[in-house]
Design a protein around this ligand. Structure first.
Ligand code: MEV
Length: 314
């Protein structure tokens, strides 16, 4: 049996503003987060398909429910190629903390689809990638807007509106972004479902918050275009208050947002699905970013990253 190995990679993402509202047709701004990555390695190996990843090691067919998005697309892709689901193994290496709002589920899907198409010598288009990742995301999140997949495939900052062509967003801001991991697993599916419930039970409140979030995203775009970090920071903090009202924040996220603002951040908010996961804060200088990052680590953050938004996103 010929020894064959293919790999696929994908980066993480950070939603700057607009999460949750983007599910309901409002815009969102997201940036790639190349500090974190997924790598899927597929190797020829006789026997049933084995999976080795953060959550599970064993037979693909016995993988737990939480991996259903991934295992479903693997089976469907192989079936679509008219191949047998056997004689290869899949290993997934990740530096994206799982379930932290950094897009790990979409990145795992994208990296794995890339490796799988390569393994079976099939040409892969961005449309295929988008389709498969969104099938997986639908199983994982219930009602995805598609933003995670779009940013992870595009690897460029995006001003994203569900169902519209992606608009790459030239991004250069004289400011520093701190990303802090609460260490708590985010609950995107539960958070998305709770917003959906609010939209059903109290549509006036739900729609009002979603509309205000959309308005803030449009403001954020203008602030970035005019290189106004202070305005962007204010807008981020307002968005956090709205997300809290929407019920998708939690104690640790609120604490870290307050710590950042009390220690000189221009603004701060949760990022991604919420209820755990990560928060972001904006600082005017690198020195301030380092100091805020240290304060976040002293107050419960498990890890932080600092992004120079004037350079890293060009
Ligand atoms: C998750 O990264 C972002 C959400 O807006 C869900 C989605 O857009 O699919 C919470």
């Amino acid at each position: 049996m010929e020894n064959k190995i293919t790999t696929g990679t994908a980066i993480g993402k950070i939603i700057l503003i607009g999460e949750h509202a983007v599910v309901y047709g409002q815009p969102a701004l997201a940036i790639p987060f190349p500090e974190t990555r997924i790598k899927t390695i597929i190797s020829r190996k006789r026997g049933p398909v084995m999976l080795d990843c953060f959550f599970y090691k064993g037979l693909l067919l016995n993988a737990p429910e939480r991996l259903l998005g991934l295992t479903t697309i693997i089976k469907e892709i192989v079936n679509g190629f008219d191949k047998e689901l056997k004689d290869f193994s899949i290993r997934i290496e990740s530096s994206i903390p799982p379930e932290r709002g950094m897009g790990s589920s979409a990145a795992v899907a994208v990296a794995t689809v890339r490796a799988l198409y390569d393994f079976f010598d099939q040409p892969l288009t961005d449309q295929d990638l988008f389709k498969w990742s969104n099938i997986s995301e639908k199983i994982v999140h219930g009602n995805p807007s598609g933003i995670d997949t779009a940013i992870i495939i595009g690897e460029t900052p995006l001003y994203y509106i569900k169902g519209k062509p992606f608009v790459p967003f030239p991004f250069k801001l004289d400011a520093f972004l701190i990303v802090a991991d609460t260490g708590e697993l985010g609950q995107t599916q539960a958070a998305v479902a709770s917003v959906e419930k609010l939209m059903d039970t109290d549509p006036e409140k739900g729609e009002d918050i979603i509309k205000q979030l959309g308005f803030l995203t449009k403001n954020a775009k203008v602030s970035i275009e005019s290189n106004d970090g202070e305005k962007l920071g204010e807008t981020m903090s307002k968005a956090h208050s709205l997300l809290d009202k929407l019920g998708v924040s939690n104690e640790i996220l609120n604490l870290l947002v307050s710590v950042a603002v009390e220690n000189g951040a221009l603004g701060a908010k949760l990022t991604g699905g919420g209820r755990g996961g990560c928060m972001i804060a904006l600082a005017a200088t690198q020195q301030e970013a380092i100091s805020i990052s240290n304060k976040l680590l002293c107050n419960g953050a498990k890890n932080t990253w600092i992004y120079n938004m004037g350079v890293d996103l060009l």
